[in-house]
Design a protein around this ligand. Structure first.
Ligand code: DMJ
Length: 455
């Protein structure tokens, strides 16, 4: 039996969870209609990019201009979007995105880049692009980029600096965080598979385990750490910004490569996350923030990024906890009709009101629906994606919400909107045959990576 199903079924049996539906099922034609609507939105967002920002990293959908992260464009939107177009069967869009990337991408530039973002969006996108298309030019670019990222790991601890120059290898910024240190296992593991060079997985794993070995006696980690000294600079533990994908990759490195040490590390962290961070209040369950040493609550903030953890719990077989968290996730969405970046789940008040088109809440719905087939998650996903498509639409694409309480838009459409938000929403309403979760693992930017090398 495939491992994913095996974990799920065993966990469901052990916890006595009923997999039966608890609400009216969606008909296939309702699902198809919703999937088509999302596909159409994807075409629309891409059309805006091509018309106003072709060749740039991203579209600014209000000023109708292009935006680059750095002095030179790294074609974030076309590369991040390519596999979404392939999964949606949008052939002309996929061809154009591929052509833009393969004809223009150049990493031989004297440019300092942020390691984490370039890894999850570009390296992840190139690797999934290669696996989906078989075009070796994607793989050659991935190898070239991977080699240029390696100098970042030359710190006294082996934890990477936040920035590295693609040409000179010069590094900068030792004040980093678990997410920016521990989110390379999947992409670098794939590079090791494809190049035969063990250095990639070795540095990625060392970096993640340098964090793990500095966990507190409570098995928690902090938010900021100095990669030169290995000293924690901020000891607040939470599962959102700056830590999130460190936990995600420990679990997924096991799912993708069968790495038992990563799995054990995740089990240890997850046990403590559930013990010290998990909180139930009348509106639902949330993960709070605590000091990594005392376990005492520091801030009862919860937000859009934290919502991903229900998906990881689902993948790990803990559907019972995932369902509770998803109830909180959806409450946060409904309360503001678009989730805020952070709110205080104890006082029910907004802390950071923006919504930059993030995917995590819908992503968790996708995993929960795949596992339970409970139409409740289709309803949640439908409400969320339709809110986005209605409230964030502009003449040229979709825009970030500056303030969910005032419905004011701001001039940005992040590349993860097509890469992740629309992809997970589409997959939620599509037949399972579109994407087999036994065969792929999504990186944290929703780039599907195959569990076996196909050539
Ligand atoms: C994405 O770039 C990735 O999902 C990352 O792990 C977190 N932030 C954004 C989406 O919200």
């Amino acid at each position: 039996m495939p491992i994913f199903r095996k974990i799920i079924l065993t966990a469901a049996l052990l916890s006595g969870i009923s997999l039966s539906v608890s609400a009216q099922p969606f008909t296939n034609s309702q699902k198809r209609e919703q999937a088509e609507k999302i596909k159409e939105a994807c075409r629309y967002a891409w059309k805006g990019y091509l018309q106003y920002a072709r060749g740039f990293d991203a579209l600014q959908p209000i000023s109708k201009t292009g935006h680059n992260w750095y002095a030179t464009s790294f074609l974030m939107t076309p590369l991040d979007s390519y596999d979404t177009f392939v999964l949606m069967g949008l052939k002309p869009e996929a061809e154009t995105a591929k052509e833009i990337v393969l004809s223009k991408m150049n990493f031989d530039v004297d440019q300092e880049i942020q390691l984490f973002e370039i890894n999850i969006r570009l390296l992840g996108g190139l690797l999934s692009g290669y696996e989906l298309s078989g075009d070796p030019r994607f793989l050659n670019l991935a190898k070239d980029l991977g080699r240029r990222l390696l100098p970042a790991f030359n710190s006294p601890t082996g934890m990477p600096y936040r920035y590295v120059n693609l040409k000179t290898g010069q590094t900068r910024d030792a004040q980093s965080n678990p997410a920016e240190i521990g989110t390379y296992l999947l992409e670098f593991g794939k590079l090791t598979q494809y190049t035969g060079d063990t250095v990639y997985y070795r540095v990625a794993k060392k970096a993640a385990f340098e964090i793990f070995k500095r966990r507190s006696d409570l098995d928690l980690v902090g938010t900021i750490i100095d990669v030169n000294t290995g000293e924690w600079k901020n000891t607040e533990c939470q599962i959102g910004a700056r830590i999130d994908s460190y936990f995600e990759y420990l679990f997924k490195a096991w799912l993708l490569f069968g790495d038992e040490e990563c799995y054990q590390a995740w089990i240890i962290h997850n046990k403590s996350i559930k013990k010290y961070l998990f909180q139930e209040v009348p509106s639902g369950a949330y993960f709070t923030r605590v000091d990594m040493k005392s376990g005492k609550e520091t801030h009862s903030n919860y937000g859009a990024l934290d919502a991903f953890y229900a998906g990881i719990l689902t993948l790990s077989g803990d559907v019972e906890t995932a369902r509770k968290i998803q109830k909180g996730n959806f409450y946060m969405w409904k309360k503001f009709n678009l989730e805020p970046e952070e709110f205080n789940f104890r006082t029910d008040s907004v802390l950071y009101p923006q919504y930059p088109l993030r995917p995590e809440n819908i992503e968790s719905c996708f995993y929960l629906y795949r596992q339970t087939k409970d139409p409740e998650y289709l309803r949640m996903g439908q409400r969320m994606i339709n809110d986005i498509l209605e409230k964030c639409k502009t003449d040229a694409g979709y825009a970030e919400m500056k303030d969910v309480t005032k419905l004011e838009l701001s001039d940005s459409m992040e590349s993860f909107f097509i890469a992740e938000t629309l992809k997970y929403a589409y997959l939620l309403f599509s037949p399972e045959s579109k994407l087999d979760l036994n065969k792929v693992v999504f990186n944290t930017e929703a780039h599907p990576l195959q569990r076996k090398i196909s050539d």
